[in-house]
Design a protein around this ligand. Structure first.
Ligand SMILES: [Mn+2]
Length: 480
């Protein structure tokens, strides 16, 4: 049995008397006959290994043909233009389907398969909604007269698939390990390649060259190559600015291997030497990352990692004068969020922000061997954040999330701003030398039986080692 067939068996054991429909990703038009780059949906690929768009997998454990693929049929003319298709025969012969049909037969076959099934496992909100739900409602309309029973409930299959994807097999860990080592080598090349006068996208190309030349067919997500003030924009992707002497360069990028993505961030000086202010902030972020990594072992609640990072970062920010004393107020009142406003990590796998819940019954989920995740603290001092108005109002992240969930983001913000304006406010001036500095350090961890393994230390985090690496000549030639 190949890995996909093992996964299907495990999944079908979990859905009992139901049937499941898992749609492939959809190609989107860029213009005319040009499509945006296509990448298969992770859940669909996880169960099928099938990389084409316009496909649906049906898993029906109570049927003597339990695994069905609906695919694009052969079409010689289309295949000349857009590439080869497996077709209906290939879906059976190469991808192990017990039965296969052209995608145009979906509605008809579904009506047949819905009979005598109690539950439909289907991710509502996907591109196949109109066809799948349309077929179900048609079947329901007929059941009153015919006595046929069709699924009365629809359940999201991600409750099962997420759990399967969360704990990695040794085969998946091997692929992720390779993605991590290639990604680290690309980052090392970026550090060697960067220099004043080059641009963000030139560094990006040298790094991505290493990814691709080492075996990756794509990045796991769009590369963030952010110099100077751009580092304070979390998802900066323009990557079109020149590198200036004296600036830092923050790069958040990674390769994907066999549908598993790494996720690395490094921040380093464009001219090879951290300034005192840059290094001071860097050291705080690194200390926070090390404190979190030191604590990672089976049993640690996921949410504890953020608490550890917040404490270390806040102590450091108060020490540097970025925030006023005392540290306890800076944490309790959420002042640290002026400079650290994202989470400390996320599951890592087929999707860079991978599947899986972070809490169980409200409490942080304990780490288990085989889980993989990132640890990515940062400090971002936006250039225009010269004066802080800090409210002495208790900060409750869960409460804020609940509020945003119920009221919507903008109304929640209005309510929170109003609460803040009613509290006493401490005004604090941000030391000028720190303005415009953004630092994030991100590594990928695998939980082992006794602790955790850092998969991405193929590129250094120690500031002295980064400076030494910058001194080395790049391996990728500069074109200009
Ligand atoms: Mn990340």
């Amino acid at each position: 049995m190949d890995r996909y067939s093992q996964r299907r068996t495990q999944f079908m054991n979990a859905i009992g008397g139901g049937l499941a429909i898992v749609p492939a990703a959809v190609e989107t038009v860029r213009n005319d006959d040009v499509q945006h780059v296509f990448r298969q949906s992770s859940d669909f690929f996880f169960l099928t290994g099938f990389e084409e768009p316009d496909a649906v997998a049906l898993l029906d454990p109570g049927h003597d043909e339990p695994y069905v693929l609906f695919v694009r049929p052969h079409d010689p003319e289309m295949e000349v233009w857009y590439g080869k298709r497996a077709g209906v025969d290939g879906a059976k012969e190469r991808f192990g389907a017990d039965a296969a049909y052209p995608i145009s037969d979906l509605d008809k076959v579904l009506r047949d398969r819905f009979r005598d099934r109690d539950t439909l496992w289907y991710p509502i909100g996907s591109s196949a909604d109109s066809r799948v739900l349309g077929a179900l409602s048609q079947a329901r309309g007929m059941q009153t007269r015919t006595g046929i029973t069709v699924p009365a409930s629809i359940v999201d299959p991600s409750t099962i698939l997420d759990e399967m994807r969360l704990i990695k097999t040794s085969e998946e860990i091997d692929a992720l390990r390779e993605a991590c080592s290639i990604s680290a080598e690309g980052h090392a090349e970026a550090i060697r390649f960067a220099a004043p006068g080059r641009s963000e996208h030139e560094v990006q190309s040298a790094m991505e060259y290493v990814f691709r030349a080492s075996g990756a067919v794509r990045e796991g997500y769009p590369s963030i190559v952010a110099s100077g003030d751009n580092a304070c924009i979390l998802h900066y992707v323009e990557n079109d600015q020149p590198l200036h002497d004296g600036d830092l360069l923050l790069i958040d990028a990674a390769a994907e291997i066999a549908y598993l993505s790494s996720d690395i961030t490094r921040t380093f000086p464009v001219n090879g030497r951290f300034s005192d202010a840059q290094r001071a902030i860097y050291d705080v972020v690194l200390a926070a990352q090390e404190a979190v990594i030191d604590a990672c072992k089976p049993g640690l609640p996921f949410t504890d990692m953020h608490d550890i990072a917040v404490r270390t970062l806040t102590e450091g920010m108060v020490d540097l004068g970025l925030l006023p004393e005392p540290v306890e107020d800076a944490i309790a009142y959420g002042w640290f969020r002026e400079f650290y406003f994202h989470g400390t990590g996320h599951w890592l796998g087929m999707d860079v922000h991978d599947a899986g819940v972070y809490r169980i019954d409200g409490a942080g989920r304990p780490l288990q061997p085989g889980m993989t995740f990132t640890v990515e603290p940062g400090i971002y001092v936006a250039r225009d954040k010269t004066v802080l108005d800090l409210a002495n109002a208790p900060f409750d992240l869960d409460g804020e999330r609940d509020l945003a969930y119920l009221q919507g983001a903008s109304e929640a913000k209005r309510i929170l701003d109003e609460r803040k304006s009613e509290a006493d406010v401490v005004t604090h001036e941000v030391p000028e030398q720190f303005l415009g500095i953004g630092v994030r350090i991100e590594d990928d961890l695998l939980v082992t039986s006794s602790g955790c393994e850092n998969l991405t230390r193929g590129v250094p985090v120690d500031p002295d080692e980064i400076e030494a690496l910058w001194e080395q000549p790049p391996t990728v030639p500069a074109i200009r």
